[in-house]
Structures are given as structure tokens and as C-alpha cells.
Design a protein around this ligand. Structure first.
Ligand code: NAP
Ligand code: GLV
Length: 308
């Protein structure tokens, strides 16, 4: 039996050596160099080429190399009986909490204005927002969203959260799927940590922006396809959104010619909010590999129907 890593535009040698360090008996192969395709029972995938799994007829489980599984759910060529799982680790969530906290601190302290002023050699003071002046609303209260909400509250921010099923989080005002309007009406800084599914694609649109409390800000750390790009440009131009921080894009890397690059009111980071650590992921991948071979329940198995 073998464990196959399939990833494009990513150096996966570190993952192979980390998995071998956890269990030297596992035969780890890196696509496309596969000795015997029939021996592959467990695959780890990130931005895999479409239809690639048809070459591995005995795959039982595919793990995402990250927390998101949209690339696997969207691949209709993966047979229905194949189970999908994902990476959930403390380091992944800790990095996301740091990203969200840093971003919110920068927005409250108006750092983006000072960065622009520096380019122009301009000395001008702007009043920072007080922590009780704006509410941060987290879209998606899963593994990452809940931890991010807690980290923000620990730092004195006022936090609301929205998820499909209502969550109880001490100190946060939480809303269920059918309470989106109530959630948006009290949110100034919208932080998106939703999975990309049929229901959430394009959710960040003009209709949603109009329901936010003013002044309004957007932080998208989930997936580029959540955002309707032209609606964001309109919302920024008309002042509906004061500033947007975007870590993810429909096309990555973001093309050089993309209009987002030239906009002062958009801060761009290259999908770095939270990056899977090979050593930490290796423990989980080996555990799920062994569970696959022994037919046990997987850790962090995804509901393929729900899409996350
Ligand atoms: P998760 O544990 O699956 O949580 C998803 C949350 O979204 C849950 O609270 C879920 O509600 C909610 N949700 C799903 N569909 C919904 C809907 N239609 N309406 C309302 N709420 C809905 O996911 P996670 O591990 O926190 O990760 C979230 C996403 O972050 C990933 O899918 C990935 O795209 C992104 N991500 C980005 C980076 C980066 O570097 N930028 C890194 C890691 C992950 P319930 O609780 O009711 O199920
Ligand atoms: C990164 O985007 C992830 O899904 O882990």
C-alpha cells in the first residue's frame, strides 16, 4: 500500500520527509512518480489536476493538504465512495487567529492610511477606532472561526458570529443561518471564514455589503470565490466599504494586471493567513492513513453532501 501526495505549485518534499519521520514504514510517493498506481489507497491533494484520481482505482480516502476541501468537493470525477478528510491542527488555527487579530488591529489603528501617508512624506494624525466603537462579525464559526472570535475577544474586541447552526460562545453574540440580516446589521468589520460551497459562493456581494453597519470593512481569509469582485470595487468607490483586506482570490497568484493591485483601499496578502505545517500535518496524515487501512472512522471527515 502507498500514500500518494498530489500537489501542483507546491514543494511537497517536506511533507514526504515529515510523514516518513513519523512512520518510516509508510511508502510515500509524490505525483506523478508513482511506481504502482494500484497500490495507492490514501492520497493527499492540493490543487490537483482534474481527473487525476482515475489513475488510482483503489484510493479509499483523500485528505486535503489544508483545512479547505472545495478543490476536492468540486471534482466530480472523484467516485462517491471515496471519503474526504482535511487538516485541522492547532498551528493552522493559531496562525489564522494571529492573521485576523493583526488585521483587525491594523484596521482599528488605521495603519493602512499611515502606510499611504509615508509614501507621500505626509504627517497627519487620524483618530483610531475605540475597541467598543466597532463590532467584528465572523462569518463561519467552525474550527477557525470560533478560535478567531475567541482570540479577538481576549484582546478586548466586541465580536459577533454567524454559522449554519447556532453556536454558544461566551461573550460573543451569535446568529444562525436564517439570522444573517441581524448579524450583518450589527457588524462593522466582516471577517470571512466560511468554507466555499454551493451555498456560500458569491456571498460577499453588494446586497450583503449594504446591510453592514457603517463604517464597514471586509476581511476575506477564506476563498476568493466567496467575493463578487466587481461588487467590492463598487462598494469601495461609493464608500459602503472603507477598506478591504484580501488574502484569497479566485485566481491565484493574483494576475499582475488585476485592478485590485492598484487600489489604496485594498490590502493584498498572497494566501498566507494560515499555511499547513508539514510536521504537524504529518501526525494527522499518518493517523488517518492507518485508520484507512484498518477501516476505522477518520479524523475530520468531511460531509461530502454539505460540501465542508
Ligand atoms: P469548518 O470547521 O468546516 O467551519 C465552517 C463554518 O462555516 C461552520 O461554522 C459552518 O456552520 C459554517 N457554514 C458552512 N456553511 C454555511 C452556510 N451556508 N451558512 C452559514 N454558515 C455556514 O471550517 P474551518 O476549518 O473553520 O475553515 C474555514 C475555511 O477557511 C476553509 O474552508 C478554507 O477555505 C479557509 N482557510 C483559509 C486559509 C488561508 O490561509 N487563507 C487557511 C485555512 C483555511 P456549522 O458550524 O453550523 O456547520
Ligand atoms: C488554506 O487555504 C487551507 O484551506 O488550509
Amino acid at each position: 500500500m502507498s500514500l500518494l501526495i498530489i500537489a501542483q505549485h507546491r514543494d511537497v518534499k517536506l511533507f514526504k520527509s515529515a510523514i516518513e519521520a513519523v512512520d518510516p514504514d509508510i511508502d510515500v510517493e509524490i505525483w506523478p512518480n508513482v511506481k504502482s498506481p494500484k497500490r495507492v489507497q490514501f492520497a493527499v491533494a492540493w490543487r490537483h489536476p482534474k481527473n487525476v484520481f482515475s489513475q488510482y482505482p483503489n484510493v479509499k480516502v483523500i485528505s486535503s493538504l489544508g483545512a479547505g476541501v472545495d478543490h476536492l468537493i468540486q471534482d466530480e470525477t472523484i467516485p462517491e465512495h471515496v471519503k474526504i478528510t482535511r487538516i485541522v491542527t492547532p498551528a493552522l488555527s493559531d496562525q489564522m487567529c494571529d492573521f485576523v487579530l493583526t488585521t483587525c488591529l491594523n484596521l482599528f489603528r488605521k495603519t493602512e492610511i499611515y502606510l499611504e501617508q509615508q509614501k507621500a512624506g505626509k504627517w497627519k494624525v487620524h483618530q483610531a477606532y475605540k475597541k467598543d466603537e466597532l463590532t467584528i462579525g465572523v462569518l463561519g464559526l467552525g474550527k477557525l472561526g470560533q478560535e478567531a472570535a475567541k482570540r479577538l475577544m481576549m484582546n478586548g474586541f466586541s465580536v459577533a458570529g454567524w454559522s449554519r447552526t447556532k453556536k454558544m460562545i461566551d461573550g460573543a453574540e451569535t446568529f444562525a443561518e436564517d439570522e444573517l440580516t441581524g448579524f450583518l446589521n450589527r457588524t462593522n468589520v466582516l471577517v470571512n471564514l466560511l468554507p466555499l460551497t454551493n451555498k456560500t459562493e458569491g456571498i460577499l456581494d453588494l446586497g450583503l455589503f449594504k446591510q453592514l453597519k457603517q463604517p464597514a470593512f471586509l476581511v476575506n481569509a477564506a476563498r476568493g470565490e466567496h467575493l463578487v469582485e466587481e461588487d467590492l470595487v463598487y462598494a469601495l468607490d461609493t464608500g459602503l466599504i472603507s477598506h478591504a483586506v484580501l488574502d484569497v482570490f479566485s485566481e491565484e497568484p493574483l494576475p499582475e494586471s488585476h485592478p485590485f493591485w492598484g487600489r489604496e483601499k485594498i490590502t493584498i496578502t498572497p494566501h498566507i493567513a494560515s499555511v499547513t505545517d508539514p510536521h504537524e500535518a504529518a501526525e494527522l496524515l499518518v493517523e488517518n492513513y492507518k485508520r484507512t487501512l484498518s477501516g476505522m472512522n477518520l479524523l475530520y471527515e468531511v460531509d461530502r453532501k454539505a460540501g465542508y
